[in-house]
Design a protein around this ligand. Structure first.
Ligand SMILES: *Cc1c(COP(=O)(O)O)cnc(C)c1O
Length: 227
């Protein structure tokens, strides 16, 4: 996107209270810096090594979102600076994030990634797993036992890769209803405020279904060369 188009795009989203995360995986430092120059501060990456290299070279007021599958042994590499880990899909991972956050004397915000798509290749928690993890997190936090250095801020999900918008809409609606359900059950200290759903191809539907954070890559930066 050129500057004018990008600013219009970003403004339209912000007017609706939606955060734009520019997904910069595979894109160069120069390309990222161009959008930084347009005022963009939220960027998303999928790979730990790539994120660490880019973070070191780019301005420190960038808010880095980790959106890919995260291995527990790599958490320590991003824990010093990551802004929001959107892809928490196990208690093991949440525990490790907590541990590394503590080591860095900070708190790390997280989203739980829910499996909402038809494809079983996509990562994420199914409903029963999410319920268990949320209950455990709240119980142990209330008791002051664990999870003092992580905050679960909401949910993230990826819809099916399909031309059928009805299917995608149904999946987004399900994720929104999950968020609403948790917010009815959770006491005010633990309310979920972030609903991360929507990518280049399906963000319009996601926004109609209640998304307040979209993760947009190719629409902003142009198509990625597939490795
Ligand atoms: C790559 C990626 C995106 C952005 O995809 P585009 O189709 O390029 O907008 C969003 N979310 C996740 C989790 C991704 O891996």
């Amino acid at each position: 996107m050129e500057k004018k188009e990008f600013l219009e795009f970003k403004n339209d989203l912000e007017k609706k209270g939606i955060t734009l995360v520019a997904v910069s995986k595979t894109k160069s430092i120069e390309e990222i810096y161009r959008f930084y120059g347009y005022g963009q501060r939220d960027f998303g990456e999928n790979y730990v090594q790539e994120l660490v290299e880019k973070q070191a070279q780019l301005p420190k007021d960038i808010r880095w979102h980790f959106i890919g599958h995260l291995q527990t042994n790599k958490v320590k590499l991003i824990a010093p600076f990551v802004s929001l880990i959107q892809s928490v899909d196990s208690d093991k991972l949440l525990n490790e994030i907590n541990k590394q956050a503590k080591r860095n004397e900070r708190t790390i915000d997280c989203l739980l990634e829910m499996h909402i798509a038809k494809e079983d290749t996509k990562f994420g928690l199914v409903e029963a797993e999410a319920n268990t993890l949320i209950n455990q997190y709240i119980k142990e936090r209330k008791e002051g036992k664990n999870y003092k250095n992580v905050v679960i801020k909401g949910l993230m999900g990826m819809a099916s890769f399909t031309e059928d918008q009805k299917i995608q809409r149904k999946e987004f609606r399900y994720l929104k209803s999950s968020l609403d359900k948790y917010n009815q059950l959770l006491i005010s200290d633990f309310q979920f405020s972030i609903l991360s759903m929507g990518m280049s191809a399906d963000y319009k539907i996601a926004v109609e279904e209640g998304s307040n954070l979209v993760r947009i890559g190719s629409l902003i930066f142009g198509e990625r060369k597939t490795p």
